[in-house]
Design a protein around this ligand. Sequence first.
Ligand SMILES: N[C@@H](CCC(=O)N[C@@H](CS)C(=O)NCC(=O)O)C(=O)O
Length: 216
Amino acid sequence: MTIEISAFAWVPPFAQGYVKDMRVRWALAEAGLPYNVRALADGDGNSADYRAWQPFGQVPAFRDDDVILFESGAILLHIARKAEALAPRDAQEAAQTEAWVFAALNSIEPKIDNLILPPIFYAGEAWVDGWRPHAERLVRLRLTSLSNALGTREWLTGRFGVADIVMATVLRGLEEDPILAEFPNLAAYLKRCLARPSFATALAAQMETFRQHEPA
Ligand SMILES: N[C@@H](CCC(=O)N[C@@H](CS)C(=O)NCC(=O)O)C(=O)O
């Protein structure tokens, strides 16, 4: 079968290009693997059929001839095992890839979400401005560690891989935030990741899904 992924049929403009099926689309583009999209309309995520695929009703979910699975990190690690272009070349690189995927999703993404989501989802509420310095302190702590770990290396592991895709989609949340510029090697790393043609392919594909389902 052709790989199938789930994605939202449409989201408001501020979220377009950022929905997490971007990670899967990017990895599949990098791997040169074709896929079909199951586009979820409002409410489809709650169907028993979809919950059997993605228990939280979220996107993305993924299926191919071998597996059905959910969680963007798990999906990318699966793709990396299958696709020559993304496959780690030895056991150490495979272990490092897994570690950096978890680090991006577990150690870094929650801190960045804490910083960038309140002004979007709680705009105008009194506590939001007071919250920022606390959130910023934790982001700075994590970015300092990441910056030191990356150093002058081009990619997180020996070559560009799914760990970079996940990390770049996480750091992308800070693209417009002045805090990223405090870490020139991370800003340059993000730019390097986003310059890959596979990122542009993935972005265009996500936008095309929204275009096809634009509300009347
Ligand atoms: N940990 C999940 C998170 C997925 C996620 O947050 N998806 C969002 C879209 S970017 C979603 O489906 N939100 C709707 C919801 O949570 O009900 C993953 O990485 O796959």
